[in-house]
Design a protein around this ligand. Structure first.
Ligand code: HEM
Length: 327
């Protein structure tokens, strides 16, 4: 899918596109991935976002504090294995670490009875779009302005329409400093999930990964002197010296806290528990077919009705399909 489209519908209905001979139907996920490919071109074999990454083998020891709230096997008392992938957010795998401000940390827990549960975090606490439709409009506007197919005045008008929802995310991005290491960032999983206990009671939560070494950043000056892939090199060395670790912090929402809006933070005084500790053990080559789909979760955790969260399932699958097919 790479022909240009003039309309888009991220709402679930396939949209139409004509190549002059026949009408082609494409799904919202295909359309989104097409648009993402227009940002920096197609890089065969790579993810269509967060293209370059670094994988490690890890181990998660739950504290047991989440057990009263969820039946999720990895949040009880026994250690589970995990795969972690750190990444830069760019769609271009060749972009220097310094130039992609937000970083990602995706964790796949390998459950004792088989099965997996995934958590995907980034270094900003909120997303820039409230719905897939907004996401698509902002991305198409960006791409069309870049290629001269939309006048700047029209682009500004469109971005202004979304400024309210994007504001917090843009401010957070602006405040980001280059990380000293992938292991010294705080990662927010942004969306709301529900913990589900034995009686079926559901509680809204957000997940955060807090680095045990504390947040450490570099000045722009120092980061500019680093090699393009300094974060990967640094992790190789760090893992040889001492296993880095993160705490999994679970934040509980209260009555009135939004559960379907990834552009909104909850008040900072919400109750939290320390649900366990993830220790990174050694670098590994990326496992074949690895997909960090944030909707792939185990029993004891449920998805919220956040439209962005639910939209991610099909777009991640579409990206996997393209990159595994050699595209
Ligand atoms: C409309 C919303 C979004 C779309 C369309 C989207 C799309 C994508 C796609 C296509 C990939 C590559 C998937 C693959 O090939 O496996 C990806 C990766 C990723 N995205 Fe998103 N994304 C969205 C929202 C978010 C949000 C809200 C976060 C914040 C937590 C996020 C964080 C990440 C991370 C960390 C990765 C790399 C995962 C890995 O290491 O495998 N994305 N995204």
């Amino acid at each position: 899918m790479s022909s240009e489209s003039e309309t888009h519908s991220a709402s679930g209905a396939p949209s139409e596109r004509s190549d002059g001979r026949e009408t082609l139907y494409i799904s919202p996920a295909e359309e989104a991935v097409d648009e993402m490919e227009r940002v920096s071109g197609i890089h065969p074999g790579y993810r269509r976002a967060h293209a370059r990454g670094f994988c490690c083998r890890a181990s998660f020891l739950p504290s047991g504090k989440a057990a009263p709230f969820t039946t999720a096997p990895h949040l009880q008392e026994h250690e589970v294995k995990a795969i972690v992938r750190f990444s830069g957010s760019s769609t271009d795998p060749a972009l220097a670490d310094l130039l992609s401000p937000a970083k990602g940390m995706a964790v796949q827990f390998l459950l004792p009875e088989g099965g997996r549960s995934t958590l995907v975090g980034v270094t900003v606490p909120v997303f820039f779009a409230r719905t897939p439709e907004s996401f698509m409009e902002m991305l198409t506007t960006l791409n069309r302005t870049k290629t001269g197919r939309m006048p700047k005045s029209e682009a500004l008008r469109r971005f202004a329409r979304h400024f309210g929802e994007s504001r917090q995310s843009l401010l957070a991005l602006k405040r980001l400093k280059p990380p000293a290491s992938y292991a010294t960032n705080l990662y927010y999983c942004i969306h709301v999930y529900f913990l589900v206990d034995e009686e079926g009671r559901r509680r809204p939560v957000k997940f955060e990964w807090i680095p045990d070494s504390g947040v450490q950043t570099l000045s722009i000056h120092d980061a500019a002197a680093m090699p393009d892939d300094y974060l990967e090199r640094e992790m190789e060395l760090r893992l040889q010296a001492h296993p880095p670790s993160f705490k999994l912090s679970i934040v509980f929402g209260e009555e009135g806290d939004p559960t379907d809006d990834p552009t909104k933070r909850w008040p900072s005084n919400r109750r939290r528990i320390d649900a366990g500790r993830l220790v990174l053990l050694e670098p590994i080559p990326e496992p074949h077919g690895l997909i960090m789909d944030p909707t792939s979760i185990t029993e004891g955790i449920a998805l919220s009705d956040d439209p962005i969260l639910n939209f991610r399932r099909d777009t991640y699958a579409e990206s996997l399909k393209r990159r595994s097919g050699g595209h």
